[in-house]
Design a protein around this ligand. Structure first.
Ligand code: ZN
Length: 338
């Protein structure tokens, strides 16, 4: 099947980031600017124009490979983890489309803002202070990260570290692009179970001890994540690959709703609780096989026709919503009910 004519700028590819040590960070950003967004736009137009039975995404693979220079994706030929690819894709699109010229990638230190521990005050007052701190952290983040990628996909997590020795706690508000939730081995479970496990307090002990600013020494601590701000489009990564090098795959069935995923109970922010947060599924990335050798397919909802399709290499077929939920599901794509 014909791939629409590739029109990658030769100037851009000869200046691929990472291969030219002369380019500084800003120059390399400029050199690769719009590569990923432009390739994605071209791919979408080709997919929707109605002229092709299937379209090879070679252009965007090349663009992401160039953006991810130095990573496993450089070259864009070998099969890599779909979740990592998605992050490079969204990160690169964000850099291309950032409305702030001084914008940096999400790993920017401004992505999170540490605030001093919330003093114990009356519950209402503490809630108000948390709202203010979360809003401030979000504004600071948006000052350098302002793109349609952030608009659609980024939410905010509240992370609370508490020292087990002196009970000092430190609160950080962090932007997140996806929820990476644990999957239990050998048991079927629901997406709600996975989300609950994701929000369980984590014990930081041994090599993971926290350097407590009050004790001035490393101490056992707990880390509590709370969902503070939900994005319009929520990406859920089911952590199926585990072990030292991600070499083991957990193949348990995670039952997830195709419509009506209600995240109200997972959102700690009282202000957000007032308007219900209900999500519908619009895509699933499936992984079949083992960790070291597998095959990806996708199930996607065609919104105008409300018809689900399965995309398997160059084969596309209609499927029923019941067949969207399977033990192969690896990344879930939800959007807020309008
Ligand atoms: Zn302490």
């Amino acid at each position: 099947p014909p791939e629409p004519p590739a029109n990658e700028s030769s100037a851009a590819s000869s200046k691929s980031a990472g291969s030219d040590a002369v380019l500084d960070d800003a120059d390399s950003r400029k050199a690769r600017q719009l590569n990923i967004a432009a390739s994605f736009s071209k791919l979408c137009r080709a997919l929707w124009c109605g002229a092709f039975a299937s379209v090879s995404p070679a252009g965007i693979l090349t663009a992401v490979g160039r953006y991810a220079a130095g990573s496993a994706f450089e070259g864009g030929q070998e099969q890599q983890d779909a979740q990592e690819f998605l992050l490079f894709l969204l990160d690169g699109m964000h850099e291309d489309l950032n409305r702030r010229s001084t914008g940096k990638a999400f790993e920017s230190s401004l992505a999170s803002l540490e605030v001093n521990s919330v003093e114990s005050t009356a519950p209402g007052q503490q809630q108000h202070q948390e709202d203010l701190e979360a809003s401030l952290a979000w504004r600071v983040h948006r000052q350098t990260n302002d793109s349609i990628v952030v608009d659609l996909f980024q939410g905010q997590l509240k992370s609370t570290l508490t020292c087990q020795h002196c009970q000092h706690s430190s609160v950080t508000y962090e932007a997140f692009m996806y929820c990476s939730v644990p999957v239990v081995d050998n048991f079927d479970c629901s997406l709600n179970d996975c989300l609950e496990a994701f929000l369980q307090p984590e014990q930081l002990t041994g090599a993971c001890q926290w350097l407590c600013p009050a004790c001035h020494s490393r101490q056992d601590a707990t880390k509590q994540l709370d969902v503070w701000r939900l994005p319009p489009c929520l990406l859920v990564h089911l952590k199926r690959f585990c072990g030292y090098d991600g070499g083991k795959k957990i193949s348990s069935l995670v039952k997830f709703p195709v419509a009506g995923l209600d995240l109200d109970r997972f959102c700690r922010n009282q202000a957000l609780k007032s308007n219900r947060r209900v999500y519908n599924l619009y895509g699933v990335c499936n992984h079949y096989g083992r960790a070291d050798c597998g095959h990806y397919t996708a199930a996607c909802l065609n919104a105008p026709t409300n018809q689900w399709h399965c995309f398997d290499d160059d084969q596309v077929s209609k499927i029923e919503p019941d067949n969207v939920v399977s033990a192969a599901a690896y990344i879930l794509f939800y959007r807020q009910q309008s």
